[in-house]
Design a protein around this ligand. Structure first.
Ligand code: ZN
Length: 317
């Protein structure tokens, strides 16, 4: 079956909550087997295994989920984005959500394959893989001599590494914190006491839905790993971070710009009302700040609930 490459927001949302599960019969799709994303005859979105492939009449693409980590995010996962007031103003004024270029996110390990100390292990693994591929050409072509095999494999590895380094300059990320409630630690990190910051509350489904479907966006839960014992997944390195950052509980939207080369980041059109289920002023901001936010919502004609931080709730004794 030909792939159409057509991904609607609904199909993307289905993808980010499925991975190894056939969404038609709930069977687990075996490692090594692709899943199939597409549409039924009546145009309904489908994500199925081989078991239910007859339900697909338009194939968007086979999904090689087993090359990737389990990044699934349930659609109703509550996500938070803490930001200073200037960034929030940028969002409501321009109706655009900022995605930072990966090498500007502030973590040296963003997009890394592993620890420098273990680079030779990684290289050896891929060299062997490439030598094998060059040694065994398809369709009965003769196998090249050992010198050519080595040369070709070295070339392929060099190209691969060039690509992984370049990814840091063509991928853009919007980071969110998955949590059922507010985080005092993140308030303190992003909105210093006395300053004016906000947190936006959304869900995984709203985030996907609010962004224009023409953008190539992947939503996924970040994997926190010990690079002393693991390498990042090759096809989803951008979703792997060091274990020391596990407290971030991050879900990220990744925009692959292909060949564009924006230096700091890109701002993508977003439906602000759909994105923001509510906005909460920092509990550490002066008390007039909430009124200002309410006035701002009126000025921009946005139906967004301005709530009070749960940190300001009162105890009883
Ligand atoms: Zn099935």
């Amino acid at each position: 079956m030909q792939s159409s490459g057509r991904f609607t927001k609904k199909l993307k949302a289905l993808l980010s909550s499925s991975y190894d599960e056939c969404r038609s019969c709930n069977a687990t799709i075996a490692r090594g087997e692709p899943a199939y994303a597409g549409y039924s005859e009546s145009g309904e979105v489908r994500y199925v295994g081989k078991c239910c492939i007859d339900q697909i009449s338009e194939l968007a693409s086979p999904i090689y989920w087993s090359w990737e980590a389990d990044k699934r995010v349930a659609p109703d996962t509550i996500l938070w984005r803490y930001m200073d007031f200037a960034k929030f103003l940028h969002l409501v004024e321009n109706r655009r959500l900022f995605f930072a270029r990966v090498d500007n996110l502030g973590d040296r390990f963003e997009g890394a394959s592993g620890l420098a100390d273990r680079e030779h292990e990684w290289d050896t693994h891929y060299l062997e893989f490439f030598r094998d591929a060059v040694r065994n050409p398809p369709n009965g072509h003769p196998s090249p001599d050992e010198k050519t095999i080595k040369l070709e494999a070295d070339k392929l590895l060099a190209k691969l590494k060039q690509g992984t380094a370049a990814d840091r300059k063509r991928m853009f990320v919007s980071c969110w914190h998955a949590n059922t409630g507010e985080s005092e630690a993140l308030w303190k990190l992003y909105c210093l006491i006395g300053s004016t910051g906000v947190v936006i509350k959304t869900t995984a489904a709203n985030l996907v839905e609010a962004l224009d479907e023409t953008f190539d966006i992947k939503l996924g839960r970040v994997q926190y790993v010990d690079f002393r014992t693991s390498f990042a997944g090759f096809y989803d390195r951008i979703f792997w971070k060091r274990k020391s950052l596990a407290h971030e509980q991050e879900v990220r939207a990744v925009f692959d710009s292909r060949f564009k080369d924006e230096s700091i980041g890109v701002s993508l059109l977003v439906n602000v009302e759909q994105l923001c289920i509510s906005v909460i002023p920092s509990p550490f901001a002066p008390s007039w700040f909430k009124d200002l936010l309410n006035a701002l919502m009126k000025r921009y004609e946005l139906q967004i609930d301005v709530q009070t931080s749960e940190l300001l709730e009162d105890p009883f004794f």
